[in-house]
Write a protein that binds this ligand. Structure first.
Ligand SMILES: CC(C)(COP(=O)(O)OP(=O)(O)OC[C@H]1O[C@@H](n2cnc3c(N)ncnc32)[C@H](O)[C@@H]1OP(=O)(O)O)[C@@H](O)C(=O)NCCC(=O)NCCS
Length: 144
């Protein structure tokens, strides 16, 4: 079972050790960077992704300070746990969690245009192109 858990003193050092494959490194910031970013931007919520008791990935989302909408800023599954369906289920859980906030109606996500894997995953989850490209990243949205 996939579970999203808080990051605290018990799992911090393990979360920063998680790594994507070398060729994927330009698609996502390191977890160390994201956790530092969340310290300075407290609207960012960081979560560790577990498969049963095993730490497999990391995600970060927020209500963006500029547009006041939900954005999923980061998603990564450690290279050795990829292609097992964990990323997809983790996204489903995160989407469920965000949807509980009925004050909002949309979730945004963006990715590098060369990241065909992410594109396919987000399309499977119902995200559609928003039309914007921000800092070279394609923006997708999921309305709920
Ligand atoms: C993108 C990422 C989070 C997906 O997580 P994952 O657990 O490996 O993916 P899943 O096993 O849940 O597969 C989800 C979909 O991705 C696609 N996929 C799976 N393995 C793939 C592979 N080896 N190559 C290309 N696409 C693949 C499939 O469409 C799959 O859907 P399906 O199982 O219904 O066919 C993960 O690969 C990752 O961390 N990549 C590097 C960081 C990154 O790019 N993050 C996104 C930044 S926007």
């Amino acid at each position: 079972m996939i579970v999203l858990k808080e990051i605290d003193r018990n799992n911090f050092f393990d979360v920063i050790k998680l790594k994507v494959a070398e060729e994927q490194s330009e698609f996502v910031a390191t977890n160390l960077f994201s956790l530092a970013q969340a310290k300075a931007f407290p609207e960012c919520v960081c979560l560790a992704i577990y498969h049963d008791e095993v730490l497999v990935g990391f995600t970060m989302y927020c209500i963006d300070d500029d547009d006041h909408e939900y954005w999923i800023y980061r998603l990564m599954i450690d290279a050795k746990y990829q292609s097992k369906g964990y990323g997809k289920v983790a996204m489903e859980k995160l989407i469920e969690r965000i949807k509980e906030d009925i004050q909002h109606r949309v979730i945004y996500i963006s990715f590098e245009p060369e990241n065909a894997w992410a594109k396919q995953l987000y399309e499977k989850l119902g995200f559609v192109e928003d039309g914007r490209v921000i800092d070279g990243e394609v923006v997708y949205k999921l309305e709920y």
